[in-house]
Design a protein. Structure first.
Length: 342
Protein backbone atom coordinates (compact mmCIF):
# COMPACT_ATOMS: atom_id res chain seq x y z
CA UNK A 1 0.00 0.00 0.00
CA UNK A 2 1.24 3.49 -0.80
CA UNK A 3 2.58 5.52 2.12
CA UNK A 4 -0.28 7.90 2.83
CA UNK A 5 1.90 10.40 4.66
CA UNK A 6 4.64 11.17 2.14
CA UNK A 7 4.05 13.46 -0.84
CA UNK A 8 0.41 12.45 -1.01
CA UNK A 9 -1.37 15.78 -0.77
CA UNK A 10 -3.30 14.49 2.24
CA UNK A 11 -4.07 16.70 5.20
CA UNK A 12 -1.61 16.20 8.06
CA UNK A 13 -2.50 13.87 10.91
CA UNK A 14 -3.22 16.72 13.32
CA UNK A 15 -3.67 14.54 16.42
CA UNK A 16 -1.24 11.62 16.10
CA UNK A 17 -0.96 8.93 18.76
CA UNK A 18 1.99 6.78 19.67
CA UNK A 19 0.13 3.58 18.81
CA UNK A 20 -2.54 3.93 16.15
CA UNK A 21 -3.86 0.45 16.90
CA UNK A 22 -4.48 1.39 20.54
CA UNK A 23 -6.27 4.50 19.32
CA UNK A 24 -8.49 2.30 17.15
CA UNK A 25 -9.45 0.22 20.19
CA UNK A 26 -10.31 3.04 22.55
CA UNK A 27 -12.08 5.34 20.11
CA UNK A 28 -15.33 4.60 18.29
CA UNK A 29 -14.45 3.65 14.72
CA UNK A 30 -15.69 6.02 12.01
CA UNK A 31 -19.03 4.83 10.65
CA UNK A 32 -21.00 6.09 7.66
CA UNK A 33 -24.60 5.31 6.69
CA UNK A 34 -25.18 3.33 3.51
CA UNK A 35 -27.79 5.66 2.02
CA UNK A 36 -25.62 8.79 1.89
CA UNK A 37 -22.64 6.69 0.77
CA UNK A 38 -24.67 5.39 -2.17
CA UNK A 39 -26.39 8.61 -3.24
CA UNK A 40 -25.13 12.22 -3.60
CA UNK A 41 -26.53 14.28 -0.74
CA UNK A 42 -23.66 16.65 0.06
CA UNK A 43 -22.17 19.46 -1.99
CA UNK A 44 -18.61 18.98 -3.26
CA UNK A 45 -18.10 22.72 -3.60
CA UNK A 46 -15.62 24.57 -1.40
CA UNK A 47 -17.64 27.79 -1.81
CA UNK A 48 -21.23 28.49 -0.69
CA UNK A 49 -23.41 26.33 -2.94
CA UNK A 50 -26.98 27.55 -3.25
CA UNK A 51 -28.16 25.27 -6.04
CA UNK A 52 -31.19 23.03 -5.66
CA UNK A 53 -29.89 19.55 -6.44
CA UNK A 54 -32.03 16.87 -8.06
CA UNK A 55 -30.92 13.27 -8.42
CA UNK A 56 -32.70 10.26 -9.85
CA UNK A 57 -31.23 6.76 -10.15
CA UNK A 58 -33.19 3.55 -10.55
CA UNK A 59 -36.15 4.01 -8.18
CA UNK A 60 -34.49 6.62 -5.93
CA UNK A 61 -35.49 10.29 -6.11
CA UNK A 62 -33.65 12.98 -4.15
CA UNK A 63 -34.04 16.75 -3.99
CA UNK A 64 -31.60 18.73 -1.85
CA UNK A 65 -32.54 22.34 -1.05
CA UNK A 66 -30.03 24.75 0.50
CA UNK A 67 -30.54 27.32 3.22
CA UNK A 68 -29.39 30.91 2.83
CA UNK A 69 -25.96 29.67 4.00
CA UNK A 70 -25.77 27.11 1.20
CA UNK A 71 -25.84 23.34 0.95
CA UNK A 72 -24.21 21.10 3.55
CA UNK A 73 -20.82 20.00 2.24
CA UNK A 74 -19.01 16.68 2.24
CA UNK A 75 -16.72 18.12 4.94
CA UNK A 76 -19.77 19.06 7.05
CA UNK A 77 -20.65 15.38 6.93
CA UNK A 78 -17.81 14.76 9.41
CA UNK A 79 -20.26 15.75 12.15
CA UNK A 80 -22.79 13.12 11.08
CA UNK A 81 -20.07 10.46 10.78
CA UNK A 82 -18.97 11.25 14.33
CA UNK A 83 -22.57 11.06 15.61
CA UNK A 84 -23.18 7.77 13.78
CA UNK A 85 -19.94 6.33 15.18
CA UNK A 86 -20.86 7.23 18.76
CA UNK A 87 -24.38 5.81 18.45
CA UNK A 88 -23.21 2.56 16.84
CA UNK A 89 -20.59 2.15 19.57
CA UNK A 90 -23.38 2.59 22.12
CA UNK A 91 -25.62 0.03 20.41
CA UNK A 92 -22.76 -2.47 20.16
CA UNK A 93 -22.13 -2.18 23.88
CA UNK A 94 -25.80 -2.70 24.73
CA UNK A 95 -26.61 0.87 25.71
CA UNK A 96 -29.90 2.61 24.95
CA UNK A 97 -29.32 5.39 22.43
CA UNK A 98 -31.45 8.34 21.35
CA UNK A 99 -31.52 10.84 18.49
CA UNK A 100 -30.15 13.61 20.72
CA UNK A 101 -26.46 13.49 21.61
CA UNK A 102 -24.40 15.72 23.87
CA UNK A 103 -20.87 15.94 22.49
CA UNK A 104 -17.64 17.56 23.55
CA UNK A 105 -16.72 19.88 20.70
CA UNK A 106 -13.01 19.25 21.23
CA UNK A 107 -13.48 15.47 20.95
CA UNK A 108 -15.41 15.88 17.71
CA UNK A 109 -12.68 18.08 16.22
CA UNK A 110 -9.91 15.69 17.24
CA UNK A 111 -11.73 12.57 16.02
CA UNK A 112 -12.34 14.11 12.59
CA UNK A 113 -8.76 15.45 12.25
CA UNK A 114 -9.83 19.11 12.42
CA UNK A 115 -7.96 22.02 13.89
CA UNK A 116 -8.80 22.89 17.50
CA UNK A 117 -8.02 26.58 16.99
CA UNK A 118 -10.59 29.36 17.19
CA UNK A 119 -11.14 29.04 13.44
CA UNK A 120 -11.74 25.32 13.89
CA UNK A 121 -14.59 25.98 16.32
CA UNK A 122 -16.05 28.67 14.05
CA UNK A 123 -16.01 26.31 11.07
CA UNK A 124 -17.72 23.70 13.24
CA UNK A 125 -20.53 26.11 14.06
CA UNK A 126 -20.91 27.03 10.37
CA UNK A 127 -21.14 23.31 9.55
CA UNK A 128 -23.94 22.82 12.10
CA UNK A 129 -25.90 25.67 10.53
CA UNK A 130 -25.57 24.27 7.00
CA UNK A 131 -26.53 20.77 8.16
CA UNK A 132 -29.62 22.04 9.97
CA UNK A 133 -30.62 24.33 7.08
CA UNK A 134 -30.21 21.89 4.20
CA UNK A 135 -33.48 20.12 3.43
CA UNK A 136 -33.76 16.68 1.85
CA UNK A 137 -36.81 15.26 0.10
CA UNK A 138 -36.38 11.61 -0.82
CA UNK A 139 -37.85 8.12 -0.95
CA UNK A 140 -34.58 6.39 0.04
CA UNK A 141 -35.26 3.37 2.21
CA UNK A 142 -33.64 3.37 5.65
CA UNK A 143 -34.13 0.70 8.29
CA UNK A 144 -36.30 -1.36 5.95
CA UNK A 145 -38.83 1.44 5.37
CA UNK A 146 -39.36 3.45 2.20
CA UNK A 147 -41.07 6.72 3.08
CA UNK A 148 -41.11 9.81 0.90
CA UNK A 149 -40.29 12.54 3.36
CA UNK A 150 -38.64 15.91 3.84
CA UNK A 151 -36.16 16.58 6.64
CA UNK A 152 -33.01 18.40 7.66
CA UNK A 153 -29.76 16.47 7.95
CA UNK A 154 -29.86 17.37 11.62
CA UNK A 155 -33.08 18.41 13.32
CA UNK A 156 -31.53 20.86 15.77
CA UNK A 157 -28.35 21.82 17.54
CA UNK A 158 -27.29 24.13 20.32
CA UNK A 159 -24.18 25.21 22.15
CA UNK A 160 -24.77 24.21 25.73
CA UNK A 161 -22.03 26.30 27.36
CA UNK A 162 -18.92 28.26 26.56
CA UNK A 163 -15.59 28.59 28.29
CA UNK A 164 -14.45 31.96 29.63
CA UNK A 165 -12.69 32.63 26.35
CA UNK A 166 -15.97 32.21 24.47
CA UNK A 167 -15.13 28.86 22.86
CA UNK A 168 -17.87 26.26 22.63
CA UNK A 169 -17.38 23.35 25.02
CA UNK A 170 -20.41 21.09 24.68
CA UNK A 171 -22.88 20.88 21.82
CA UNK A 172 -26.23 19.13 21.73
CA UNK A 173 -27.27 17.61 18.40
CA UNK A 174 -30.54 15.99 17.39
CA UNK A 175 -30.19 13.97 14.20
CA UNK A 176 -33.07 13.30 11.81
CA UNK A 177 -35.41 10.37 12.38
CA UNK A 178 -34.47 9.20 8.86
CA UNK A 179 -30.80 8.87 9.82
CA UNK A 180 -31.61 7.41 13.24
CA UNK A 181 -33.58 4.57 11.60
CA UNK A 182 -30.51 3.70 9.54
CA UNK A 183 -28.39 3.63 12.71
CA UNK A 184 -30.88 1.44 14.57
CA UNK A 185 -30.85 -0.98 11.63
CA UNK A 186 -27.02 -0.76 11.63
CA UNK A 187 -27.07 0.11 7.93
CA UNK A 188 -23.53 1.46 8.22
CA UNK A 189 -19.99 0.70 7.12
CA UNK A 190 -16.65 1.36 8.79
CA UNK A 191 -14.44 4.02 7.24
CA UNK A 192 -10.67 4.32 7.26
CA UNK A 193 -9.49 7.03 9.66
CA UNK A 194 -7.50 8.42 6.75
CA UNK A 195 -10.83 9.47 5.24
CA UNK A 196 -10.55 12.58 7.41
CA UNK A 197 -7.15 13.34 5.87
CA UNK A 198 -8.51 13.47 2.33
CA UNK A 199 -8.22 17.11 1.32
CA UNK A 200 -10.37 17.28 -1.81
CA UNK A 201 -14.18 16.86 -1.64
CA UNK A 202 -14.23 14.59 -4.71
CA UNK A 203 -11.65 12.27 -3.12
CA UNK A 204 -13.91 11.84 -0.09
CA UNK A 205 -16.95 11.17 -2.25
CA UNK A 206 -15.14 8.67 -4.49
CA UNK A 207 -13.77 6.88 -1.41
CA UNK A 208 -17.34 6.54 -0.06
CA UNK A 209 -18.51 5.01 -3.31
CA UNK A 210 -15.56 2.60 -3.46
CA UNK A 211 -16.10 1.55 0.16
CA UNK A 212 -19.82 1.01 -0.44
CA UNK A 213 -19.55 -0.91 -3.72
CA UNK A 214 -16.33 -2.93 -3.47
CA UNK A 215 -17.34 -4.85 -0.36
CA UNK A 216 -15.84 -8.34 -0.55
CA UNK A 217 -15.44 -8.21 -4.33
CA UNK A 218 -12.05 -8.40 -5.98
CA UNK A 219 -12.91 -5.08 -7.60
CA UNK A 220 -15.64 -2.77 -8.84
CA UNK A 221 -15.91 -1.31 -12.33
CA UNK A 222 -18.09 1.67 -13.20
CA UNK A 223 -18.45 3.91 -16.23
CA UNK A 224 -17.19 7.47 -15.99
CA UNK A 225 -20.70 8.72 -16.78
CA UNK A 226 -22.29 6.77 -13.93
CA UNK A 227 -19.48 7.65 -11.52
CA UNK A 228 -19.95 11.33 -12.37
CA UNK A 229 -23.67 11.05 -11.69
CA UNK A 230 -23.28 9.14 -8.41
CA UNK A 231 -20.53 11.44 -7.18
CA UNK A 232 -22.73 14.51 -7.36
CA UNK A 233 -19.96 16.49 -9.05
CA UNK A 234 -21.07 19.53 -11.04
CA UNK A 235 -18.05 19.29 -13.35
CA UNK A 236 -18.40 18.50 -17.07
CA UNK A 237 -17.48 14.93 -17.96
CA UNK A 238 -14.19 16.03 -19.57
CA UNK A 239 -13.12 17.86 -16.40
CA UNK A 240 -14.35 15.06 -14.16
CA UNK A 241 -12.34 12.49 -16.12
CA UNK A 242 -9.23 14.67 -15.70
CA UNK A 243 -9.84 14.87 -11.94
CA UNK A 244 -10.14 11.09 -11.78
CA UNK A 245 -6.86 10.71 -13.68
CA UNK A 246 -5.21 13.08 -11.21
CA UNK A 247 -6.59 10.94 -8.39
CA UNK A 248 -5.14 7.82 -10.03
CA UNK A 249 -1.74 9.51 -10.32
CA UNK A 250 -1.79 10.64 -6.66
CA UNK A 251 -2.76 7.10 -5.54
CA UNK A 252 -3.63 7.94 -1.98
CA UNK A 253 -7.23 6.76 -1.70
CA UNK A 254 -7.35 4.83 1.61
CA UNK A 255 -7.71 1.11 0.99
CA UNK A 256 -8.32 1.29 -2.77
CA UNK A 257 -6.44 1.67 -6.03
CA UNK A 258 -8.05 3.12 -9.15
CA UNK A 259 -7.28 2.14 -12.73
CA UNK A 260 -8.65 3.63 -15.92
CA UNK A 261 -9.80 0.95 -18.35
CA UNK A 262 -10.82 0.93 -22.02
CA UNK A 263 -14.41 1.90 -22.69
CA UNK A 264 -14.31 4.99 -20.44
CA UNK A 265 -14.40 2.83 -17.31
CA UNK A 266 -12.88 3.15 -13.84
CA UNK A 267 -11.83 0.04 -11.92
CA UNK A 268 -11.50 0.11 -8.11
CA UNK A 269 -9.47 -2.62 -6.42
CA UNK A 270 -9.08 -3.11 -2.64
CA UNK A 271 -5.42 -2.74 -1.77
CA UNK A 272 -5.54 -5.66 0.66
CA UNK A 273 -6.23 -8.14 -2.15
CA UNK A 274 -3.36 -6.91 -4.32
CA UNK A 275 -0.48 -9.37 -4.00
CA UNK A 276 2.87 -8.12 -5.24
CA UNK A 277 5.33 -10.62 -6.77
CA UNK A 278 7.26 -12.39 -4.05
CA UNK A 279 4.90 -11.36 -1.26
CA UNK A 280 2.65 -13.73 0.61
CA UNK A 281 -1.07 -13.13 0.28
CA UNK A 282 -1.56 -12.79 4.02
CA UNK A 283 -3.59 -14.76 6.55
CA UNK A 284 -6.47 -16.75 5.08
CA UNK A 285 -9.73 -16.71 7.02
CA UNK A 286 -12.17 -19.55 6.45
CA UNK A 287 -15.90 -19.17 5.89
CA UNK A 288 -16.38 -20.82 9.28
CA UNK A 289 -14.21 -18.16 10.93
CA UNK A 290 -16.29 -15.38 9.39
CA UNK A 291 -19.48 -17.10 10.60
CA UNK A 292 -17.99 -17.28 14.11
CA UNK A 293 -17.07 -13.60 13.85
CA UNK A 294 -20.70 -12.70 13.06
CA UNK A 295 -21.88 -14.75 16.04
CA UNK A 296 -19.26 -13.13 18.27
CA UNK A 297 -20.05 -9.57 17.17
CA UNK A 298 -23.71 -9.43 16.07
CA UNK A 299 -24.50 -6.18 14.30
CA UNK A 300 -20.86 -5.29 13.71
CA UNK A 301 -19.32 -4.84 10.27
CA UNK A 302 -17.17 -7.99 10.34
CA UNK A 303 -15.44 -7.07 7.09
CA UNK A 304 -14.52 -3.73 8.57
CA UNK A 305 -13.09 -5.58 11.58
CA UNK A 306 -11.20 -7.87 9.21
CA UNK A 307 -9.71 -4.86 7.42
CA UNK A 308 -8.58 -3.39 10.77
CA UNK A 309 -7.03 -6.69 11.80
CA UNK A 310 -5.19 -7.12 8.50
CA UNK A 311 -3.95 -3.55 8.63
CA UNK A 312 -2.55 -4.12 12.14
CA UNK A 313 -0.97 -7.40 10.98
CA UNK A 314 0.82 -5.54 8.18
CA UNK A 315 2.01 -2.78 10.52
CA UNK A 316 3.28 -5.41 12.97
CA UNK A 317 5.71 -6.77 10.37
CA UNK A 318 3.47 -9.52 8.90
CA UNK A 319 4.25 -12.10 11.64
CA UNK A 320 3.61 -15.79 11.02
CA UNK A 321 0.33 -16.97 12.55
CA UNK A 322 -0.26 -20.58 13.57
CA UNK A 323 -4.00 -20.01 13.62
CA UNK A 324 -5.15 -16.89 11.72
CA UNK A 325 -8.78 -17.62 12.59
CA UNK A 326 -8.09 -17.73 16.32
CA UNK A 327 -6.01 -14.55 16.08
CA UNK A 328 -8.81 -12.74 14.27
CA UNK A 329 -11.47 -13.89 16.74
CA UNK A 330 -9.21 -12.87 19.62
CA UNK A 331 -8.86 -9.42 18.07
CA UNK A 332 -12.67 -9.11 17.87
CA UNK A 333 -13.03 -10.05 21.55
CA UNK A 334 -10.60 -7.28 22.50
CA UNK A 335 -12.51 -4.76 20.34
CA UNK A 336 -15.85 -5.73 21.93
CA UNK A 337 -14.42 -5.60 25.47
CA UNK A 338 -12.85 -2.20 24.94
CA UNK A 339 -16.01 -0.83 23.30
CA UNK A 340 -18.13 -2.07 26.20
CA UNK A 341 -15.83 -0.32 28.65
CA UNK A 342 -16.35 3.09 27.10
Amino acid sequence: MADLSIGSGLLPDRHPTGDFFVCDIFDALPKDDLATMEHPIFSLSTRPDKRILSYSHNDVEITVTPSVRGLATIHDKDILIYCISQLIAGLNSGRVVARTLVLRAHDLLVATNRETSGDGYKRLRDAFERLAGTRITTNIETGGREVTTGFGLIESWQIERRSKGGRMVNVQVTISDWLFRAIQAKSVLTLSRDYFRLRKPLERRVYELARKHCGRQAGWTISVDTLLKKSGSASPRRVFRKMMRDMIAADHLPGYQIEEQPGDLMRFTPRDVVVEPGQEAGPILSTRTMEQARDLAPGWDVYGLEAEWRSYWHRSGRPALRSPGAAFLGFIKVRITQDAGR
